[in-house]
Write a protein that binds this ligand. Structure first.
Ligand code: NAD
Length: 288
């Protein structure tokens, strides 16, 4: 029987632990969210982050800018937040409009407040040596956490990461190397995805392509983590029906895999839990 990895439940336990840790603090950790424009998906993500933070006693301050915002308006706000001792974390909700140089924006966030883990200093730290207080990108960190609920020691496993984006695939591959996995990274130019999958003890897919990974591509006892969020239609009540990259039902039916994370309810809730954990880390780092 393939184990279902319940990201929602695991994320709630993490948030409960953070909540308990907050009780011993003299002040509340706080982070700022910069949201530009009216992207409906971004609105939902931001609303969820604020709600989850407030539920456990972390302050989330939202700073909204209109779609026609200038580069200097955003950089000025970040510089102000960098200096503000009561702001321990800063995140920029992506995507930003075309006129904004996203790289420059990420570069100017104080690395010690970069709770998304996207600033080059934190990316570099991830490459050359993670320490206890390093701010790691939330989704990859959440994936490793989920894997370890199934198998604590990942050393020596063949791990395949599908997708090579800066926010998921690349940092994830680095984290798996730190776990002593033998890592392969597949991307849009990869020719033999099925062969690579069949050779993998761990497959993590972050592409955005439904049914990219099917039951016939799974090695016995592989652990599968599905990061992708795809929309595959609407319910009668007008809600989006979501799915990942993996053909979840056929993989479950085949029963070959050791474990699989569902979409929704797998990696998604972990991303927010890891963000809140990073805010606490940033708070502790800044209070030293
Ligand atoms: P991206 O578009 O930046 O990257 C997609 C990657 O997939 C690219 O590296 C590309 O080379 C690769 N790719 C495309 N077609 C491929 C193919 N046929 N075979 C192998 N690789 C292929 O996307 P992203 O920002 O990394 O996000 C990936 C997915 O993860 C999206 O569905 C996104 O919604 C989801 N996501 C989920 C969370 C979460 O919290 N659950 C967080 C971030 C992203």
């Amino acid at each position: 029987m393939t184990i279902l990895i319940d990201g929602k439940k695991i994320a709630s336990q993490i948030k409960e632990n953070i909540k308990k840790e907050l009780e011993s603090l003299t002040s509340k950790p706080s982070f700022a969210i910069i949201l530009v424009g009216n992207n409906s998906a971004s609105e939902i993500y931001v609303r969820n982050k604020i709600r989850e933070a407030q539920n456990i006693g972390i302050i989330a301050n939202l700073f909204r800018f209109s779609e026609d915002v200038t580069q200097s308006e955003i950089t000025n706000k970040i510089k102000e937040l960098n200096k503000d001792d009561n702001t321990h974390g800063i995140i920029i909700q992506m995507p930003l409009p075309k006129q904004i140089d996203t790289k420059e924006i990420i570069n100017i966030i104080n690395p010690s407040k970069d709770v998304d883990g996207f600033n080059p200093i934190n990316v570099g730290k991830l490459n050359i040596g993670i320490e206890k207080d390093t701010l790691l990108p939330c989704t990859p960190k959440g994936c490793i956490y989920l894997l370890k609920t199934i198998e604590e020691n990942l050393s020596g496993k063949n791990a395949l990461v599908i997708g090579r984006s800066n926010i998921v695939g690349r940092p994830l591959a680095n984290l798996l190397v730190h776990e002593n996995c033998t890592v392969t990274m597949a991307h849009s130019h990869t020719k033999n995805l099925k062969d690579l999958c069949l050779n993998s003890d761990i497959i993590i897919s972050a592409v955005g392509s439904p049914n990219l990974v099917t039951a016939d591509m799974i090695k016995k006892d592989a652990i599968l983590i599905d990061v992708a969020i795809n929309q595959k239609g609407m319910t009668e009540s007008g809600k989006h029906i979501l799915c990942g990259d993996m053909d979840y039902n056929s993989i479950l039916g085949a029963g070959i895999a050791k474990a699989i994370s569902p979409v929704p309810g797998g990696v998604g809730p972990m991303t927010i839990a890891m963000l809140l954990s990073n805010v606490l880390t940033a708070y502790n780092n800044n209070s030293k």
